[in-house]
Design a protein around this ligand. Structure first.
Ligand SMILES: C[S@@+](CC[C@H](N)C(=O)[O-])C[C@H]1O[C@@H](n2cnc3c(N)ncnc32)[C@H](O)[C@@H]1O
Length: 263
């Protein structure tokens, strides 16, 4: 039998990591903020209507995508979801400004009970944490109303290539390139946009880079017990993997998907 959820211990670590990073996430997550803005722009460009009745956002975090969505679309009923219960409080200021009717549901999106006829499902920078993205997309599509829209961003196979080259710290279970998405999308979805892009962040030193990972909570699947020796060794290996004099960078590789249910 395929495993729908991440093993409980890994999911706990992901939850703890995002929970710990929550107070700093909103300001530190500069790449995710850009990604949320790009995703909403892609939804507009693909010709989505200006108003949606029933909307679901999963993995809402502190609301980078929620903010963009509510700024650019009118939403009547919004169901927000995250693994971390504390996100509900973080979203209050954003929701107060726009006042759609809101329900917040805590838990893994993979097993969350969903409303039957959603007009729009959105999610930014979260689907890479899902163990079986094909199953999830199949289920989400079943819960879309005919003519309903899907706007998702995840990350591609070369996401954080600098870290992957050193043996995959800060990895997530499902990095999917656009071609991978084409294979797993169910019939009955018309693709409006599907592309990847690279966002490169630069850091002053290795500690600065590791701090960024911690503040954004994205190293949830990694064990993070650094000693002076392990840090020194990581620093050496990271620098050795770069051309001489090259800046220390982290390459985000977001993948954007906009689709519409045809039948
Ligand atoms: C990188 S943050 C993205 C937050 C927000 N969407 C943004 O664009 O800034 C990923 C979020 O997904 C949540 N998450 C991870 N796995 C999840 C799952 N299986 N179901 C629901 N939320 C999940 C985390 O708790 C975290 O808040």
């Amino acid at each position: 039998m395929t495993q729908i959820l991440l093993p409980a211990s890994v999911q706990n670590r992901v939850r703890q990591s995002f929970r710990r990073g929550l107070p700093s996430y909103h300001h530190a997550a500069v790449a995710q903020a850009q990604i949320a803005a790009t995703l909403v722009q892609a939804l507009r460009t693909a010709g989505a209507p200006a108003r949606f009745d029933q909307v679901l956002e999963f993995g809402c975090g502190t609301g980078h995508l929620t903010t963009q969505l509510l700024q650019h679309f009118t939403v009547d009923h919004l169901t927000l979801n995250d693994l971390v219960p504390d996100c509900a409080a973080a979203l209050h200021p954003i929701l107060k400004q726009h006042s759609p009717s809101v329900t917040f549901q805590v838990g893994p999106i993979e097993t969350l009970p969903l409303p039957p006829a959603l007009d729009l499902i959105v999610s930014a920078s979260t689907v890479q944490w899902v163990q079986q993205p094909a199953d999830l997309i199949g289920r989400l599509t079943q819960h879309l109303a005919p003519g309903g829209w899907l706007a998702l961003s995840g990350f591609g196979r070369t996401h954080f290539s600098e870290l992957q080259a050193l043996g995959g710290m800060a990895t997530a279970p499902s990095y999917l390139d656009p071609r991978d998405w084409r294979h797993i999308l169910p019939a009955g979805l018309h693709i409006g946009a599907l592309y990847s892009k690279t966002i490169i962040l630069q850091f002053t030193d290795t500690l600065d880079l590791l701090r960024h990972l911690r503040l954004t909570g994205v190293n949830g699947s990694a064990r993070n017990h650094w000693t002076r020796a392990s840090l020194a060794s990581f620093d050496l290996r990271l620098r050795a993997s770069l051309p001489q004099g090259a800046p220390l960078t982290l390459s985000y590789q977001p993948v954007f998907l906009i689709a519409c249910k045809t039948g």
